[in-house]
Write a protein that binds this ligand. Structure first.
Ligand code: ATP
Length: 900
């Protein structure tokens, strides 16, 4: 970084705002120019953290040697050299080399894949450039940029705070302290430690409440976060509870097998067998029985799953979520924007003296406001006027034209209010912006449930206060209502509530509007609302359910996953939409936030389990809901987008944040981000999660019998004092080639057609259920029996040792190959899943077959692997035995359908 910027960064907390502005050559009102920002971007580089210092390629390659199997192989290779088996030694060292390279490539690919995922949830930053507010990718923020932050944002760079408004920041990413810190703009002594610099905002921390404006003093690696990042090179791990369990399992197994091999070696030598021969046997036992491919295959399967989910627009942020998704039993989903489109159109305006219907749909100007006799309503007098004005002026959205189509910037709810005002004949510029310039605003929040703004009235010293919000909430602030001619009378609450209920029952989202004339001296803050307002009317808008939502809900129900709508909206609106989506088909209850508040904690789990819709729920209550679901044994996926949703997202087994409408805070807390905000994407992710688990189980069920059988075959040979039916290098051949050419292809297996027709997997259930263990044993027995029989038969009928071993090796591979087809589904017969539905497997089979021909007939391979050509009749026996094995497993499948 250039010296000016780094000086400012180091000491900017002790400088005055003017000095910071001066030293960074920027302008508080106008920000940088785009041109200057471009220059600085070139000079200082992108605002990204450097990759965690990853070791150089040589170190990473050497790290691949740190693996139990490799130790065994290295010892075996050295032993082979000592015993003068130069060819064996070179094969073994060759395998070590190949293994290192494969591991290296795989690690790099996995890292690249994770990087790509991170890039899918990039954040944006708001900056002043050329005097205008711009939204730029946070990567492009440069020192000197004037940056604006709001509640829910992630701070994009280190900022010297200039203008805080009730700003509290969660700095736990930096200091570990999770209570949000209040920020101020005042200068501080130079010696103030980082954690106490209240006038600084640090990159990567999260704005909990309020808003602020600051100047970027450091970006990228120069930020405090960059410092920490350098200290702890935190490479994201490709590990989940399951991979860790499996890695542990393979380690223990390896230790046991090594001990067994050592004992075998000792006993054999003690019994007088040759040291070289027993060494080979011990190595064969170790190499064969260790399931070395398992952890790698599991990681690859998970990574492929993550990729598939990303293609279906669900970005996984924490890998364990892939596993948990398949076990999800409850999805708690927001309504607006997730189950519905969040494309609002006002359909009706209700005033105390009559109802008007709005025609036309979308954000276009077509349409009008008609009373029940079909007459256009007069939008310039009385309640209708003030109702529409409150909607249009107490509003932060703007109507725009994008690609020639009308659209809205900001909250679609507010966009709809602008559209209807325009349809009614109000001019948004003349009648709203000019006639009622805004002086102050109390923004909408889900807790407050209303928004209010204060406006000047040009030419008068009185002012106007406008408010809009949830009906029940706003009515508590009103004592009077306005009539059609503008006169006031006491508000008829029952009539208003009945009208709102009526509109909501039709699935419309209802907002109440109110106004008040105030004198110029009146204070405007939360407290001014305690003086009564005048109710002017209701506006009811339609938000169509998402196209795929009903089908996704149905799919979830079929899969034993309960879907609960959790919304801040009115119970009647929520109920109507839930009805349309089929959420209430199973007769679930509808509960409101106040029902929840009254329930004793003990009763909560049972009650929430029976409910399908939760209306007028506050974000804090979401956390209670997650906990209640979990208390009744559920695995919970919960959606959220706001700052206050973060605790619920963190607590849920799978926190799901909205990629488009969600705040950075919510995304940060989430395990998964939906790039399209669509409920159907959660359903798709659950489906993929189940697929991943299925494929993992299939791989394990496929690979374990080979390892067990190889170990047994060697053990039997040692116990009988016979020559080994398969040699260590041959075992290496079998394991390496089949794992890559056959086993890995299972990771590409398409999802089973019935994956969403079974109940969710119980996470406490072991990966290998009893019937599956029995099947693995069955196949091991088939392999041991088959290979011994064939090996002995060949020897008894005049084959050489090399020929008999070649027959045994080919039998192992042939059985693995047909068993692979058995494993494509653990329950269903092969023909029902389509023989050609996984082309990867067919390709793998072709490669493996070519490999077997090579090892059997190519003289080079014969020399390397101690094999010899075999005749057609041997192949017939091999294929016959393999077919038999396939039939036996198929029969086992038929007998025990409910296997997994
Ligand atoms: P969900 O949690 O499903 O996204 P929601 O978006 O409808 O539900 P909130 O945004 O908390 O929930 O809205 C709650 C209520 O507040 C709405 O029913 C509406 O009456 C009112 N409301 C929503 N947006 C605004 C707004 N911009 N200004 C004023 N009131 C609003």
């Amino acid at each position: 970084m250039g010296s000016a910027a780094s000086d400012a960064a180091a000491g900017s907390h002790s400088l005055s705002a003017q000095d910071v502005v001066r030293s960074l050559h920027t302008d508080l009102q106008r920000g940088l120019t785009e041109l200057e920002a471009g220059h600085r971007l070139e000079r200082y580089g992108q605002n990204v953290l450097p990759r965690a210092e990853s070791a150089g390629p040589v170190i990473r390659l050497l790290r691949q040697l740190n693996h139990p199997l490799i130790y065994v192989l290295l010892v075996a290779g050295a032993g082979a050299l000592v015993f003068g088996e130069g060819v064996d030694a070179s094969v073994i060292f060759g395998v070590v080399l190949v293994n290192m390279l494969v591991g290296f490539v795989q690690e790099s690919k996995a890292e690249a894949a994770l990087d790509k995922l991170q890039a899918m949830v990039r954040t944006a930053a708001r900056v002043l450039r050329d005097g205008r507010e711009r939204t730029v990718p946070s990567d492009n923020v440069v020192p000197g940029d004037v940056v604006l932050v709001d509640a829910g944002d992630k701070v994009p760079a280190d900022l010297r705070l200039i203008r805080p408004t009730n700003l509290r920041v969660d700095e736990s990413a930096l200091t570990g302290e999770s209570v949000p810190v209040l920020k101020e703009a005042a200068e501080l002594p130079t010696a103030t430690p980082v954690a106490d610099r209240r006038n600084m905002l640090y990159s990567g921390t999260l704005v909990a409440t309020g808003a602020g404006l600051g100047i970027a003093v450091a970006t990228g690696a120069d930020t405090e976060l960059g410092n920490i990042h350098r200290l702890v090179a935190s490479a994201e791990e490709l590990a989940t509870p399951l991979t860790r369990k499996l890695a542990w399992f393979s380690k223990v197994l390896t230790a046991v097998i090594l001990a067994l091999a050592a004992v075998t070696f000792a006993i054999g030598v003690a019994r007088g067998q040759g040291v070289g021969e027993m060494f080979t046997a011990a190595v064969a036992l170790a190499v064969g029985a260790i399931p070395e491919g398992l952890p790698a295959a599991v990681t690859i399967t998970l990574a492929i799953g993550v990729g598939r989910m990303a293609r279906r627009r669900a970005v996984i942020r924490r890998l364990p979520a892939v596993e948990t998704l398949g076990s999800t039993t409850v999805i708690g989903s927001d309504k607006t924007g997730t189950l519905t489109e969040n494309q609002m159109t006002v359909r009706a305006v209700w005033t105390p003296d009559g109802r008007f219907d709005a025609t036309g749909s979308g954000y276009g100007a077509d349409g009008e406001i008609l009373d029940n006799s079909g007459q256009a309503g007069d939008a310039h007098i009385g309640a209708l006027h003030w109702c529409l004005l409150a909607g249009a002026a107490c509003n932060d959205a703007a109507l725009v034209h994008r690609d020639g189509r009308p659209g809205v910037v900001g909250d679609p709810t507010e966009g709809a209010l602008l559209v209807v005002a325009r349809k009614a004949g109000l001019d948004l510029e003349r009648d709203v912006a000019v006639a009622l310039p805004r002086l102050a605003a109390l923004p909408f929040s889900s807790e407050r449930q209303y928004m209010a703004t204060l406006h000047a009235v040009p030419g008068q010293d009185r002012r106007v206060l406008l408010a809009k919000g949830a009906v029940e909430r706003l009515l508590t602030l009103c004592t009077k209502e306005m009539s059609a001619d503008g006169s006031l009378r006491p508000v008829d609450r029952d009539a208003v509530l009945a009208a709102a209920e009526n509109l909501a029952r039709a699935g419309l989202r209802v907002l109440a509007m109110a106004m008040k004339r105030v004198c110029a001296t009146e204070q405007f803050d939360g407290s001014s609302m305690s003086t009564p307002l005048v109710f002017t009317g209701l506006q009811a808008m339609f938000d169509p359910p998402r196209r795929d939502a009903a089908a996704a809900v149905r799919a979830c129900h079929g899969a034993g996953v309960a879907v609960k709508m959790i919304t801040g909206d009115h119970a009647a609106t929520a109920t109507a939409i839930a009805g349309d989506l089929g959420l209430l088909d199973d007769g679930g209850d509808v509960l409101t936030g106040s029902d929840l508040a009254e329930l004793p904690a003990g009763e909560l789990p049972g009650v929430v389990d029976r409910a399908a819709v939760f209306a007028r729920v506050s974000p804090e209550q979401k956390l209670r809901l997650v906990e209640a679901f979990q208390a009744s044994g559920h695995v919970v996926a919960m959606t959220g987008d706001g700052v206050n949703d973060a605790p619920a997202l963190r607590r849920a087994d799978i926190g799901v944040a909205m990629g488009r409408s969600g705040t950075d805070v919510a995304k940060d807390a989430a395990d998964m981000v939906l790039t399209d905000d669509d409920f159907a994407t959660i359903e798709a992710a659950v489906e993929e999660g189940r697929g991943v688990f299925d494929n993992l189980t299939k791989f394990i069920a496929w690979t374990l019998p080979t390892n067990m059988a190889e170990g047994f075959v060697i053990l039997v040979a040692i116990v009988l004092g016979a020559a080994l039916p398969i040699l260590p290098t041959q075992i290496l051949w079998i394991n390496m080639t089949t794992a890559v050419a056959l086993g890995l292809m299972l990771a590409f297996e398409p999802k089973e057609a019935d994956s969403m027709q079974r109940p969710p997997r119980d996470p406490r259930k072991p990966l290998l259920t009893r019937p599956l263990v029995l099947r693995i044993l069955l196949v091991s027995v088939l392999l041991v029996g088959g290979s011994w029989w064939l090996y002995s038969w060949e020897l008894a009928n005049g084959a050489t040792l090399a020929e008999a071993r070649t027959a045994a090796v080919n039998l192992f591979v042939a059985v693995e190959l047909v068993y692979l087809f058995n494993c494509r589904s653990l329950t269903r017969p092969m023909w029902s899943i389509g023989v050609f539905s996984n082309r990867w497997i067919l390709g793998g089979v072709a490669v493996q077959a070519a490999g077997q021909l090579a090892i059997t007939y190519l003289p080079v391979f014969n020399g390397l692997f101690h094999t010899a050509p075999i005749t057609a009749d041997v192949w017939l026996r091999i294929l016959g035995l393999a077919l038999l094995a396939w039939l036996i497993v198929a029969a086992d499948k038929r007998l025990r359908k409910r296997l997994i």
